[in-house]
Design a protein around this ligand. Sequence first.
Ligand code: AMP
Length: 437
Amino acid sequence: MQQQGTTRTRVGPYELGKTLGEGSFAKVKFANNVVTGDSVAIKIIDRHRVLRHKMVEQIKREISTMKLIKHPNVLRLIEVMASKTKIYIVLEYVDGGELFDRIAKYGRLKEDEARRYFQQLINAVDYCHSRGVYHRDLKPENLLLDSFGTLKVSDFGLSAFSQQVQEDGLLHTACGTPNYVAPEVLTDKGYDGTSSDIWSCGIILFVLMAGYLPFNDQNLMALYRKIQKAEFSFPTWFSSSSRKLIKSILDPNPLSRITIPEILENDWFKRGYEPPKFEQEEGVNLDDIDAVFNDSEEHLVTERKEKPVSMNAFELISRSQSFNLENLFEKQMGFVKRETRFTSKCPANEIISKIEETAKPLGFNVQKKNYKMKLQGDKTGRKGHLSVATEVFEVAPSLHMVELRKMGGDTLEFHKFYKSFSSGLKDIVWTKEQQAE
Ligand code: AMP
């Protein structure tokens, strides 16, 4: 059990913190630059997997380009570091959560609001395309918000890590769930990143306004067929001009699909449009990227564990914002967050068994390691398995703090799970009311 303190891990100037998410090729951790005090997010990737990859040159080119890009709607890439076994991609940290957390919690967006996000998305995509960087994996999890509610597209130029280029020079992808993927990508005939990114933007716009996906089917083959024929219908509340635009984006033929210059001229799109204002980074040094991708050992960093820093009961308690399980997706300064803490007066082993007892009937496998647990959904969802990390801290002999964090999986599915899970844990939570007694 973590008692009064936790071990800290340092990589270069960054002190690693909690895990923010786990994607198919990387783990994302929160970190703090101890020199500047800046918060960052670090993507940690297995180095050998990347360096064996056929696409090293492309990855290197795209990462270098991303380091030069400073666009308000593109998540900034700050630097890249490598240890003997890992690559660390240091990114701007944003704390507004995923755009789709908001839809999961508050439902679909009004047309004007959806348009504002779509305009920002197209700005980001247009700019990166103009620099020769394609996304190839645009989906809700890559749409993050900063504390002002500005859209930040993540993973531009990084999705190449999970792609393969074949002999014809075109991209081929072996993606799991195809809801956001263009038909030409599914038929695996090779494709051009420009028009397939536009298709994914069309799906995203539809979901923002409808609150559900245009193409969906439990049966994967049936889903493929629907996508290939662009077989979908509009909800009644879509305006006729938005329908026209979406129809021209979700054109199964990439050659006749609308282009970004045409979208920028579209009447529905142009309403209230403000072109982005941004500066180009100057004097950016790309030595870090060269060092990572050549085999020199000169600039390697190491992960160092540092002595536990003690955290007293007061600090622990003040980290538990509100002792209310409902607050996982509670608005915090207008935005939703994805972790929560609660206190309990039950003994640690009782808390752990209760979590296990509650999670199992909901279809979760439970792995326990000391006072940490990982709950993993046994069904594969749209974004892989749902997974939740928990940890029990002792604050005082008869007082524990429990931390719960979403690690991976689809946001909409996660909200459903969390509702049942939190009501199952009610008995062990030491509530505000009890504390006041
Ligand atoms: P990804 O592997 O990019 O899908 O990242 C997994 C999750 O980590 C995302 O869905 C985000 O919730 C979170 N995340 C990724 N990058 C950042 C970032 N720069 N700032 C804050 N959260 C992030």
